[in-house]
Write a protein that binds this ligand. Structure first.
Ligand code: SF4
Length: 315
């Protein structure tokens, strides 16, 4: 299952959000529509991305999506009572495949144990008709619909270098459009720290922090923070193998993420604190510490520094 971070005090985690919303335990069940990513097929894809590196190992993508969902719920039943259907992989709402995805979405949302839908989405590939339909679906069922729309950095120089395929301003327009017009849809986003913005040059700390301060002002409900992980079968892997560039060290990342927490708008859910690509595809950085230990170290640092989400923001 997509990990839910348990920390109720220092920052607003997704687990905390779940507790405010539901009287029972809820997790995400990832499914793979097998539609892949239109940006990868037609635009080369984001330089950091290898689709397989983030497909959860419990997904059997050869099975029908509804079967994947039922199996995912069964696997999680001992610990959780209800589930989000998480259309995690690729671009399931892109125009060529959105009709099929929506067909599946309508089936899954009607399961009693489904509390809502989450979709991986791109701000440049989410059409009005799809937003309208999702908005209606959420309104009619009273269940949640989330779009997980990555931005990674708010700096166009970086977005160009990593071949994101759209600008920061176009992302802002889409987020505002959804907020203003499709009130039943929640938007979450992803940020990656340590991205290169030119050959051999990674973003400075002040640029990374600027991204957080800009996102604070947008109507987004949740953010997932990641450190850049260079994984096999990605464009960055090719670049890195030819000419290795700096990646973030574990100790620095812990320091950075504490600063980031202190500067994140406290109304935004921090749904992830670091990246978690499959270890067997990871090229760099190799930290040699597992994810839960790093999260413990981050929590300890937050405690020691008496840091709370948003504590360094001025009003
Ligand atoms: S990050 Fe998303 S949009 Fe970019 S290539 Fe990967 S799946 Fe496609």
């Amino acid at each position: 299952m997509d990990e839910i971070i348990i920390c109720e005090k220092r920052y607003f985690s997704f687990a905390d959000y779940i507790k405010t919303r539901f009287p029972y335990k809820v997790c995400k069940v990832s499914i793979d529509t097998n539609f892949g990513c239109a940006h990868k097929e037609h635009g080369g894809g984001c330089a950091f991305c290898s689709l397989l590196s983030y497909r959860p190992s419990y997904i059997d993508h050869t099975k029908e999506v509804e079967e994947q969902w039922l199996k995912g719920c069964d696997n999680a039943r001992k610990r959780y009572k209800k589930y989000y259907a998480y259309f995690q992989m690729g671009t399931p709402l892109e125009s060529n495949v959105s009709a099929d995805s929506l067909l599946t979405a309508r089936k899954l949302i009607n399961y009693d144990e489904c509390v809502g839908l989450m979709f991986g989405a791109r701000s440049d590939m989410t059409e009005k008709s799809v937003l309208q339909e999702l908005n209606t679906l959420a309104g009619d069922t009273g269940k949640e619909v989330w779009l997980e729309m990555g931005i990674q950095s708010t700096h166009d120089e970086t977005l160009n270098y990593i071949n994101r395929g759209h600008s920061y301003n176009s992302f802002v327009s889409k987020v505002n459009e959804i907020h203003d017009t499709y009130k039943n849809i929640f938007v979450s986003t992803h940020v990656i720290f340590g991205l290169p913005k030119a050959e051999g040059v990674i973003e400075s700390e002040s640029e990374m922090i600027e991204t957080i301060l800009r996102l604070n002002k947008l109507p987004i409900k949740a953010v997932k923070y990641h450190h850049l992980q260079i994984v096999e079968n990605s464009l960055l892997a090719d670049i890195y193998k030819k000419s290795p560039f700096e990646t973030l060290k574990e100790a620095y990342y812990i320091e950075l993420i504490c600063k980031v927490v202190s500067l994140t708008n406290p109304n935004i859910i921090i749904a992830r604190l670091l990246g978690d690509s499959h270890f067997n595809t990871l090229i760099a950085p190799i930290w040699g510490t597992n994810k839960s230990k790093i999260i413990s170290k981050i929590n300890k640092s937050l405690e020691e520094g008496n840091i709370f989400q948003g504590c360094l923001l001025s009003n």
